[in-house]
Design a protein around this ligand. Structure first.
Ligand code: TYM
Length: 339
């Protein structure tokens, strides 16, 4: 059986671990919105169970989950077109994850670079959940039989593991039950880099706030961060090849292209030869024009958290219509007795 036997279905998730960045927006959410308008069923998730693999203050986690939901909606994800959920309200994610804990191998998990990065030198003190994280991520996707997963470049290895888990499950039990999911890692901004260091990913956990644009930053802050972004002294090249070995310049051009929905070549056709003194203000204007309405709408939605909770409760009900039968079939395949 090939994936064409499955309903074209998109799943993706973001951790509500505090603050959405421009990296999350360009690498993930913008694509979530465009796929919602295509011929897919779309399910988008605040992965709260993943967030607690490192310590989260409970009150902040609750706030961050609602704020992330507001960010999804303000960016254009419509609860009428997509299923919007927080992971813990759909218990089948965690139930399937247990089965996958028994399918995935220790050696596979030990190769995960995100675990190594996050656990750091003190791996013995990392939570067991952080180690098993990719099995839960595979369950998030496969509990929907999702065929496509839009993500930024940093999630590629986890998606390969998801495919390995599906293949091993299907093989071990002699079934064609789980699809072999396609990662969707496309566009100019699959890896948005820090504004202070072109060799580091833009991340909400970077100690320097100047390294990232937060979706809640106001227009002045966005403009100031872009003006101060690290660059080199040269003018912009007129062809993409001229960005080789210029990571900071390449990053700003990629961000421009992704925000404007044009190619890198088109950006350089327009701005090639320009100094950063003129390109940065153009980028700042573009970023403010695209992002300020989102942060304003997020703030408005956050004034009514009860409405966000209602949307997530409705999403969970819709999600469980898909996940409950798939979990039941999985249990049957595995040999669990039940009605
Ligand atoms: P998370 O929460 O770290 O990031 C959410 C999404 O944003 C993308 N992203 C970026 N893209 C480009 N440039 C950046 N600097 C950047 N930073 C983050 C990430 O690639 C991701 O797409 N493990 C996932 C969450 C998850 C998930 C899933 C994703 C849990 N279950 C199932 C897809 C499917 C994570 O930690 O993403």
């Amino acid at each position: 059986m090939t994936n064409s036997a499955f309903t074209p279905r998109v799943f993706s998730g973001i951790q509500p671990s505090g603050g959405l960045t421009l990296g999350n927006y360009l690498g993930a959410i913008k694509r979530f919105v465009s796929m919602q308008e295509e011929a897919y069923e779309t399910i988008y998730c605040m992965v709260d169970l993943h967030a607690i693999t490192v310590w989260q203050d409970p009150a902040k986690l609750r706030h961050n989950t609602r704020e992330l939901a507001a960010g999804f909606i303000a960016s254009g994800i419509s609860p009428d077109k997509s299923i919007l959920i927080n992971q813990s309200q759909v218990p089948e994610h965690a139930q399937l994850a247990w089965i996958f804990n028994c399918v995935a191998r220790m050696g596979w998990m030990q190769r995960m670079t995100q675990f190594k990065d996050k656990a750091g030198k003190n791996a013995q003190n990392a939570s067991l959940g952080l180690f098993g994280y990719p099995a839960l991520m595979a369950a998030d996707i496969l509990i929907y039989h999702a065929t496509h997963v839009p993500v930024g470049d940093d999630q590629k290895q986890h998606l390969e593991l998801t495919r390995d888990i599906a293949i091993k499950f299907n093989h071990d039990y002699g079934v064609d039950f789980f699809p072999i999911t396609e990662p969707v890692i496309e566009g100019a901004a699959t890896r948005v880099m820090s504004l202070r260091d072109g060799s580091k990913k833009m991340s909400k956990s970077d100690a320097s706030d100047a390294s990232r644009i937060n979706m809640t930053d106001d227009a002045d802050t966005i403009a100031k961060k872009i003006r101060k972004a690290k660059t080199d002294p040269d003018a912009l090249p007129s062809e993409a090849k001229g960005l080789d070995d210029r990571p900071e310049a390449r990053n700003l051009v990629n961000i421009y292209a992704a925000l404007a929905d044009i190619s890198v070549d088109q950006v350089l056709a327009e701005h090639g030869g320009a100094q950063f003194g003129s390109f940065k203000p153009a980028l700042a204007d573009l970023a403010v024009a695209k992002l300020a309405p989102i942060s304003t709408e997020m703030a408005r939605l956050m004034d009514d958290p009860a409405e966000i909770d209602r949307i997530l409760a409705r999403g969970a009900e819709q999600a469980r219509e898909i996940t409950a039968p798939i979990l039941k079939q999985t249990y049957d395949i595995v040999g669990m007795v039940g009605g």
